[in-house]
Ligand binder design. Structure first.
Ligand code: THU
Length: 149
């Protein structure tokens, strides 16, 4: 495939993921913020796991759309590190930015080069990698203890 054609196929995939994320927004449970967010996580098999934000009267237990999609994928047997891309979308003027907690969860369960496609409902989007979204992250490797003296 030519480089141009390959670029177009990849772009189509990103738009398909954004469309799936947008569909998932309709399932958001947002009685407190009324701010719907949707996510669509691509597995290396081609399967897509969706998520939406689910709020709680105690506020703290609220789960963002990105984490709902990730946790749903893992619960259904997908393996950490097997996700080439995740799309997330909200009614924001600029493409939505994942919160810090979600960035930390993406670092744990994705690869550093997993693409995060951030969009809004007016059709703007931009793409960064997981590593770019959380530089200097605390990772599983950070837990390795120093040699005992
Ligand atoms: N939210 C997400 O689901 N994902 C994000 O990337 C940002 C914020 C949710 C959490 C809460 O339900 C609402 O948006 C307002 O913060």
């Amino acid at each position: 495939m030519s480089q141009k054609k390959e670029g177009m196929v990849i772009e189509e995939l990103h738009i398909r993921l954004l469309d799936k994320a947008r569909e998932a927004m309709t399932n958001a449970y947002v009685p407190y913020s009324q701010f719907r967010v949707g996510a669509a996580l691509l597995h290396e098999s081609g399967d897509i796991y969706v998520g939406c934000n689910i709020e709680n009267a105690a506020y703290g237990p609220t789960n963002c759309a990105e984490r709902t999609a990730m946790f749903s994928a893992i619960a259904q047997g997908a393996k950490p590190g097997s996700f080439p891309a995740i799309a997330v979308i909200g009614h924001t003027s600029d493409p939505i930015a994942p919160c810090g907690v979600c960035r930390q969860v993406l670092v744990e369960l994705c690869s550093p080069d997993t693409k995060v496609i951030m969009g809004n409902t007016t059709g703007d989007y931009h793409i960064m990698t997981v590593a770019e979204l959380l530089p200097g992250a605390f990772t599983p490797a950070s837990l390795q203890k120093e040699e005992q003296q």
